[in-house]
Design a protein around this ligand. Structure first.
Ligand code: PMP
Length: 339
């Protein structure tokens, strides 16, 4: 019989799927492959770092049997931590600012996690802030451990050990470009480092060294912005996290919200890929790179999560229009988004 002992054993080994209509409309001649991370059991790329960070903390003794995982997170990382914690018998407490949608908190609670809600409108050093409250829970809870995803080296390490090797294996060593967004930076740092190392001596005639390209929201510091706000979730930063190594990406492209969201909707409509806004943004980056490449190039783009969590935002015309984004057939075509 072929079965997994536990859902946590299903983390990783996500498929690659070739982009069809969207790539054709963009005038792309080379192969563009999407690595679809919503196939992970918690529905996002974050399952990978959750598993690795927990295993590493067990190995170092920081997390002991019966311990409690405490992390300020409202989204995908919480789900990953919760499902791994369940199998291993740890308690989870997640701290969320009150701006986070109730649906997201309910998902965490459904997995058996406890959610502590903090006010959004207080300064980071205020005792009621997201950061202060999570630190206080760690201090007051015996056996508490905080993964600290923005600074945990095992985040990027999980991608160095899984995402990178999977891409190399599944493309049979033919990948020439890797495109991803950066939130903590773990994905691009770990995957990119692996792909650059493994291809370091590949002859130019076989594609040379893999090029790593960051796709970043306009305004984020990774692409030279000031940290000003944007609406794509999960990516971009206004500070430099320890999980991001700026020497890994060869280039970082800035992409605006409208283009990211137009592509996100096109991926659902034309490719059957219902993904989140950071996926649409990454695909804009990938196609901008791909349209100038020869036919034998192989571009891999990572799609971090599913679109189900964004139905009342990106997939709602009302929400889109309220921010001045164009919908209803008047938006730019895929080809125009890439110009
Ligand atoms: N997209 C989404 C939806 C995410 O939640 C995250 C993680 N914050 C990312 C992209 C970026 O991944 P990473 O933290 O590995 O840079």
């Amino acid at each position: 019989m072929k079965f997994a002992e536990n859902v946590a054993d299903l983390v990783g080994n996500t498929p690659l799927v070739k982009l069809g209509p969207v790539a054709r409309e963009a005038g792309v001649e080379c192969t563009v492959l999407a690595k679809v991370e919503y196939f992970n059991p918690g529905g996002s790329v974050k399952d990978r770092i959750a598993l690795k960070m927990i295993e590493a903390a067990e190995a170092s003794g920081e997390l002991k049997p019966g311990g409690t995982i405490v992390e300020p997170t409202s989204g995908n990382t919480g789900v990953g931590l919760a499902l791994v914690a369940q199998r291993k018998g740890y308690r989870c407490i997640f701290v969320c600012p009150d701006k986070v949608a109730k649906d997201k908190m309910d998902v965490l609670r459904a997995y058996g996690a406890e959610v502590v809600v903090t006010p959004t409108s207080v300064a980071p050093d205020h005792p009621d802030s997201y950061y202060s409250v999570s630190d206080r829970i760690v201090e007051e809870t015996p056996g508490a451990w905080k993964p600290n995803q923005f600074f945990n080296e095992f985040g990027p390490q999980s991608h160095y050990e899984s995402t990178g090797p999977e891409i190399w294996r599944d493309t049979e060593g033919k990948v020439t470009h890797f495109v991803a967004g950066a939130g903590t930076g773990g994905t691009i740092t770990g995957t990119g480092r692996y792909l650059k190392e493994i291809s370091a001596d590949r002859p130019e005639s076989e594609g040379g060294r893999v090029r790593i390209i960051g796709a970043d929201p306009e305004g984020s510091i990774y692409s030279g912005g000031s940290g000003r706000p944007y609406l794509v979730e999960g990516v971009g930063e206004d500070m430099w996290p320890g999980a991001y190594d700026p020497s890994v990406p060869d280039d970082v492209i800035a992409i605006n919200d409208q283009d990211a969201f137009t592509m996100t909707r096109a991926l659902a409509e034309k490719e059957g890929l219902l993904v989140g806004g950071s996926s649409g943004m990454a695909v804009v980056g990938a196609l901008r790179v791909a349209k100038d490449l020869p036919a034998d190039a192989v571009v891999v783009v990572l799609l971090p999560d599913s679109g189900r969590g964004y139905m009342s935002k990106i997939f709602s015309d009302e929400w889109m229009n309220s921010y001045g984004f164009v919908t209803g057939g008047d938006e730019k075509t895929v080809g125009e988004v890439l110009r």
